[in-house]
Design a protein around this ligand. Structure first.
Ligand SMILES: O=C(O)C(=O)C[C@]1(C(=O)O)C=C[C@@H](O)C=C1
Length: 89
């Protein structure tokens, strides 16, 4: 195999890997928006029946789950997800 062939294969693999990343990013964006909409709907339903805007025990569970899976970055991600759904504190 020549060096030129290897470089062509590397470029093809790079393009394929980037395409996979692009598909994952698109799915993450779709899931982010879906989660945010559902979170807003849960909040609307709870407040319509006299509940609170936030449920801190539930937020803690979510932060813990993300931290256990992803470490400190997981906590930050969970906080961003929660803010997207219920707005800033
Ligand atoms: O699970 C709920 O009760 C929600 O309202 C959803 C959600 C969330 O986005 O996960 C949003 C606000 C609450 O403080 C807790 C959690």
């Amino acid at each position: 195999m020549t060096a030129t062939t290897t470089r062509t294969e590397d470029a093809t693999e790079l393009a394929e890997l980037r395409e996979r990343i692009n598909r994952i990013d698109a799915e993450l964006i779709r899931l982010w928006r879906e989660r945010s909409q559902i979170s807003k709907e849960v909040g609307r339903l709870r407040m319509a029946s006299g509940g609170t805007r936030l449920v801190l025990s539930r937020e803690r569970q979510i932060c813990d789950r993300f931290r256990e899976a992803l470490g400190e970055d997981g906590t930050q991600l969970a906080l961003l997800l929660l803010r997207a759904g219920r707005g800033p504190l």
